[in-house]
Structures are given as C-alpha cells and as structure tokens.
Design a protein around this ligand. Structure first.
Ligand code: BES
Ligand code: MN
Ligand code: ZN
Length: 458
C-alpha cells in the first residue's frame, strides 16, 4: 500500500536513514564503511538539528542518509523535524535504519510530503518504507484529514466558494455515510439564521449553513463549528491590499473542522459528531451589510454592526447558537477569527479559550503530545461589557484597541449556554514560512490535538 509517500510493502528495502544527534554521531559513524566515514568527514557534516547528508555506497550511488535531530540553539526540540526530509531528499526509496523507532516519523514524513499541485505539476517526491502497525494506521488517518484541510485552504476563492465548500463537505459525508443538509440563500431567513444571511447576502454566491451528522445517537455529542468565509474582502469596511491578499484562507476553520471530521469518522471514534459550517463570501456590493446596521441573531439578541470586517464572529454566532440548542457534551469552534490573535502569539501558536478547566488541561496536554502547539488565553469576564451598543442588545466588536482575540471569543461565548463544555480556537490557518512537516501555505492547526483528545474522550 502506498499513500502519502509511505510504502508498507517494501519495508526492508531502500536507502537507510540514520537518525542521530550530537551525542550519537560517533556511534552512527561506526556503522558506516571506512570510505563513507571519510566522506562524512570531508563533507564537514555537523549534527545540527535538521542537517542531513547523503552518503554514497561503493558504486557512488546514495548508500545512506544521515539526519540530525535534537534541540536547536534556542533549546527547542521540533517533534516534526523528520518532516524536513521529503522536501529535500532525491526521489528514491528510503527506509529507517531503525524501523522499530518509526513512531510519529511516518506522520512527519507524510505531512512534509504534502504539495498543493491542483494548478501545476507536482515535484517528484521520495518514498519512505515503513512497517505496518496500528500507529501507522493512525498516522494515515491523521494525514488524510490534514491533506484534506490543506487542499481546501490552498484552493483559491474562485474555485472554493460557498458552493464548492458545500460540495467538499457533501463528498466527505458520502464517503462516511453521514447525514447531510444545507440551508442556503433566503432560506437562511426562514430557518432563523439571520447573521449568516446578513454577512453572505452581498455575494452572488449564496451563503449557506452546512450541517453534517454522523455516529451513534446514544454516544457523547461533539459538535464542531468552523468559520467558512470563503473570501474575506472585509465587506464595506474593505481590507487594505496586504491583509486581503491571503483571505482565501478565511475558511480555514471550516477546513480544519472537515479535516477533523474526516479523522473522527475514519477512526470510527465512539462519538456522535455534528459539523456546522456557515459558508459565505464577505464581499462588496450594493446588497452588502453595512456598519451601523442592526440584525437579529438566531439566539435572540439584536446585534449592531460595528465593522463589516468582523464578519466571522457573526456567522459563528448563529451556527454556535444552533449547535448549542441540542446541548452537546462538547462544542468546539475553529476560526481564522482575528488578526489580534497573531499579534499576541504569532502565526504558529493559536490561542484557545474555554471556561472548562479540566478540558483546558487536556487540550494543553494533547497539544504537546500531538506536536500541535496551542496556548490558552482567558475569557476575561470584565472585558465582556466592552461589547455594548447604545441602540442594540450588543455590538459585535469593541471600540477599544485592545484584547481583540479575547473580545471576539467573549462575543462567541454569549451564544453558547446549554453545551456542557465549549472551546474556541482562534487559528491562523496558514504557514507563512515553511518548517519541517509544515510546507508554506494552508495549515490545519489544532485538529491533531483535538483528535487526540477525542480518542480519549470518556
Ligand atoms: N479573517 C479576519 C481575521 C484575520 C486576519 C485572521 C488576518 C488571520 C489573518 C477577520 O474577519 C477580521 O477581519 N477581523 C478583524 C476584526 C476587527 C475588524 C474587529 C481583525 O482582526 O482585524
Ligand atoms: Mn474580516
Ligand atoms: Zn474573516
């Protein structure tokens, strides 16, 4: 079987990859032939994390690969560093010198092999031979979800509007035999999703609410809500060119939710899963919603529009209220929600919010063990009344120039009351500079950590 540039049929063949660090360098060299040791010396190979060297065999062909791991100068030990190799090694078949140690290496290899090649020719990629194991099966499940989410994010908005996002969700649903429905266009008003309608009505590509349900009705209910803003121009409070240029990724929350749903269903986790995706395009036209407009929300309170560029929290408010109605055991939102989250923590460390202390601890734990970094930020109650409006029950933004990610989370929190637990993830959805296993482009943050959490759920 060959998937994600991993091959389980050839696990004894291929060029061996010898992993080493500064301490084990001498021991690794001892396993090489004398001319190879001379080659390593002549190449001035230094075992700094991420460094690699192809060592020839007697005929001059690649005979082995040295790959250095360990802590970098800052003391950071990148758990996905092995994912650097698929992007740099010549196309050939490789194997691990120590196949027992394949652990998470196969996943790092799969994630590092990813390329978005829908519009161009894919570069040739090396293949890694790995023994079959339960852990490998799990890595493939995770890789499937990660690839799906990355593809969805990387696809530009001209080919990934609300309709195409719905089609992607429908196709995932068909693969796993889940129930599927969508409410679109004016029906959003009939079905009481006024904020999804308000944000999406400007675009000729109809807004919609996608609803996928899977699993045993008696199992614990887990509901994922993903921000599906297929393009965020900012609406009438139009974004400047720099910030707008990346906004095809503003459905990153939806992509992450679908990627996670794929993992959950493929792994057949014993949960009752629901995925809700408000899919809209935030565009500019004579039909666009405006600053100062006031709309009802699904839950009831009226919302005054402070800035049409804070569209994500509006569509999420209605979707969260809908999800909350059946009082799930766990309600999760994933969204490329604020620039402020990036100001606080940068692109690679998304904040999450929850009032559930026990859940927070588990998320911190699985974030660490899944190499999917997350950082808890507070739902700081005293900032909640920054969301006031003189003419409506609330404004969706604050005029304060502070705590933008927190106030967005506090706004969402107002639409959740019956769910046992609620956690919100303000993800970036993008890798701005390639790192091992994380090629530049769309990235599904938080979902390996959440999947690991759900594997252990109850
Ligand atoms: N999609 C953006 C947030 C965003 C921007 C995420 C850049 C990642 C990178 C969101 O819809 C937005 O525009 N938020 C505004 C809110 C503001 C108008 C209150 C923001 O964060 O600037
Ligand atoms: Mn916006
Ligand atoms: Zn947005």
């Amino acid at each position: 079987m060959k998937e994600f540039f991993l091959d389980t049929d050839i696990h004894q063949s291929g060029i061996p990859i010898i992993r080493l660090d500064a301490q084990s360098l001498d021991q690794a060299l001892a396993a090489l032939k004398a001319p190879q040791r001379a080659w390593v010396k002549a190449s001035r190979f230094k075992p700094e994390p991420g460094a690699y060297l192809v060592v020839p065999d007697a005929s001059g062909k690649p005979g082995a690969v040295l790959f250095a791991t360990g802590k970098d100068k800052t003391g950071f030990d990148d758990p996905l560093i092995f994912g650097h190799l698929p992007g740099v090694l010549p196309k050939a078949q490789y194997r691990l010198a120590d196949p027992d140690a394949h652990g998470s290496l196969a996943l790092a290899w799969a994630l590092g092999s990813y390329q978005f090649s829908r519009y161009t020719k894919a570069a040739p990629r090396p293949v890694l031979a790995v023994p079959k194991s339960e852990e490998l099966e799990r890595s493939l499940i995770i890789a499937h979800g990660m690839y799906l989410a990355r593809d969805l994010i990387n696809t530009p908005a001209n080919d990934m509007g609300p309709d195409e996002l719905e089609a992607a969700a429908r196709s995932l649903s068909q693969t796993h035999g889940s129930a599927f429905s969508a409410i679109a266009g004016e029906d959003l008003l009939v079905q009481n999703l006024p904020l999804v309608h308000a944000v999406g009505k400007s675009s000729p590509r109809a807004p919609r609410l996608i609803d996928l349900v899977w699993g045993d009705e008696g199992a614990p209910k887990v509901t994922l809500v993903g921000k599906g803003v297929c393009f965020d121009s900012g609406g009438l409070d139009i974004k400047p060119p720099g910030p707008m240029s990346l906004m095809k990724k503003d459905m990153g929350g939806a992509a992450a939710a679908l990627g996670l749903a794929s993992m959950i269903m493929r792994a057949k986790l014993p949960i009752r899963l629901r995925v809700l995706i408000p899919a809209v395009e935030n565009s500019v036209s004579g039909r666009a919603f405006r600053p100062g407009d006031i709309y009802p929300s699904r839950k009831g309170p009226s919302v005054e529009i402070g800035n049409t560029d804070a569209e994500g929290r509006l569509v999420l408010a209605d979707a969260l209220a809908l999800g909350d109605e059946e009082a799930p055991d766990l309600l999760i939102s994933l969204a490329t929600l604020t620039g402020a989250a990036r100001v606080a923590l940068g692109p690679d460390l998304p904040p999450f919010y929850t009032h559930d202390e026990a859940l927070a601890g588990k998320i911190e734990d699985t974030a660490r063990t899944s190499a999917d970094p997350l950082w808890r930020m507070p739902l700081w109650a005293p900032y909640d009344d920054w969301l006031k409006s003189p003419v409506a029950d609330m404004n969706h933004i604050t005029t304060q120039p502070f705590a933008g990610s927190i106030t967005a989370a506090l706004f969402l929190n107002r639409f959740v009351e019956r769910s046992t637990s609620f956690a919100h993830f303000d993800i970036f959805g993008w890798t701005p500079e390639a790192r091992p296993a994380r090629p530049k482009g769309g990235e599904a943050q938080a979902i390996r950590a959440i999947f690991t959490l759900l594997e252990r759920y109850r």
